[in-house]
Design a binder for this molecule. Sequence first.
Ligand code: FAD
Ligand code: NDP
Length: 535
Amino acid sequence: MRILKPAECWTPKLRVRSFGNNNMAALCKGARRFKRIIFCHSLVRGFSGKYEYDIVVIGGGSGGLACAKEAAQYGKKVAVLDYVDPSPKGTKWGLGGTCVNVGCIPKKLMHQSALLGGALKDAAKYGWNVPHQPSHCWATMSLAVQNYVKSLNWGHRVQLQDRKVKYFNLKGQLTDGHTVIGTNKSGKETVLTTQDIVIATGSRPKYPVHVPGAVEHGISSDDIFWMKESPGKTLVVGASYVGLECAGFLTGIGLDVTVLVRSLALRGFDQQMAGLVTEHMDSHGTKFLWRRVPRKVEKLPSGSLQVTWVETSSDREEQDTFDTVLWAVGRAPVTRALNLDAAGVKLDEDTGKIIVSANEETSVPHVFAMGDVAKGRPELTPPSIRAGRLLARRLAGVSTEIMDYDNVPTTVFTPLEYSCVGLSEAEARRLYREGGIEVYHAFYKPLEFAVAQRDSSQCYIKAVCLRDGDQRILGLHFTGPNAGEVMQGFALGVRCGATYSHLMNTVGIHPTCAEELTKLHISKRSGLDATVTGC
Ligand code: FAD
Ligand code: NDP
């Protein structure tokens, strides 16, 4: 073992790290096995603590960064390891995780690009002199989106530096509840010891590996936002959040898009609302092939992709050719490289996610997991961020508050957006029986649609309430423009236990779509026409 001189110790090139005295023996044993250069931190920096860090966070995405920054605010010595394995197509990106690089942010911006196409059509009706057939340039859009994402990558690095969080572009793995080994892209290792470890390694897209040609010829959401050229005629396989959102903006910018649906759309969401979303997409050009599963993807000499699929009820094979096949068949938690077995961290057999308690603790003391990689957590950015912050406060000893994952609102950014909070109608019926709930609903017409002569058949609102007592609201559902903006405030009400009469006593803001929520007076049970007429 070579003991480094103090000046050498903090040279990043050396990629060596320190150990507290107490677990030195164990670590030296491990180090011999891995043939690493080790030095004793306490010898060279006069470090008095047991470990080099208070918290090491593995994963610099929504949850991990939030946790690291918050803990540093409370004076904790924190390191973050973030490492992106390129997609099978070779796409890679910077610091910030899924949301920033290959999720919410580029998705919302491309959704906006598509919405602007619709606005251009409206604009002519509102008096603007718009070219008869405005055209869209993928390269311009994607460059603008990618540059913005890169600015966010940079912003995260600066924020970590400002808060004195040590950032390592290393792939982390655990050896025990207090030791993380980080490996860089050349295979060099750095050992970090820490009081607590937070795993926030997120999830990555799945590929249907049993489908020949799927990985070789297909792409995923990890690639679509970084493509320099238009994907062209696209087959989207999968009809949940990712599939429908991507199909929606691709159609919106003028591409020929088909969605292959295995069973139903937006599983887990209120199915009446899901039906409105797909009906709207269908009437605006997205093609849906229901109850089909992919069988193979072949590359033709022309470069096109020939996809074969099966109609599940008849087992009949069908084919078509596409420029791009986008797999949106779900996501898998990122745990393989973490060496969790050896560290004793338990995974859920069905989902492969890390089993956590209400306070995000895993089966190993001092090891926590949160965000997409943790079992039972919503795979969404805001809950990951909030869970990360609350965990940091608990680890810093300034709070005991745990994350409440109930009533997390969400939005599906399809061309007609759908936002909701709380229970679906079916879940409410299951929990409170048929007679236990009252559903108020309305089909409304956004004012902006009127002059533009847009079809508003799928603009719909539904409040699922308890039938008895003060009719507490169990779930709110909204399709229409700016659905997320509408739902955010109402989610506060639901969180605070809002009732139907609270909703009715809320004075609307006129003329808005959101005010329609405050005017819901037709119950489904009444059978009356729920179409809103007049103001
Ligand atoms: P991530 O953000 O995925 O971060 C994990 C990080 O850890 C990654 O950078 C990863 O490379 C890194 N990592 C993995 N293993 C290691 C390792 N061993 N060592 C070091 N680093 C490692 N949510 C919303 O709320 N709204 C949306 O509109 C929305 N849109 C989405 C659209 C798409 C296309 C997708 C795919 C997701 C979307 N989501 C959305 C979900 C949201 O992006 C995720 O829920 C969120 O990013 C999860 O945060 P996380 O911190 O758990 O993980
Ligand atoms: P999901 O697991 O929600 O959906 C996967 C889809 O793929 C389903 O439609 C499923 O069909 C289908 N599918 C799965 N396997 C196959 C197969 N072998 N062949 C054909 N179809 C298949 O995954 P997503 O990737 O859409 O979303 C993951 C998470 O990301 C979501 O839970 C969400 O939390 C988050 N997210 C959030 C967004 C937002 O907030 N706006 C946007 C995007 C993602 P079936 O129903 O039959 O199983």
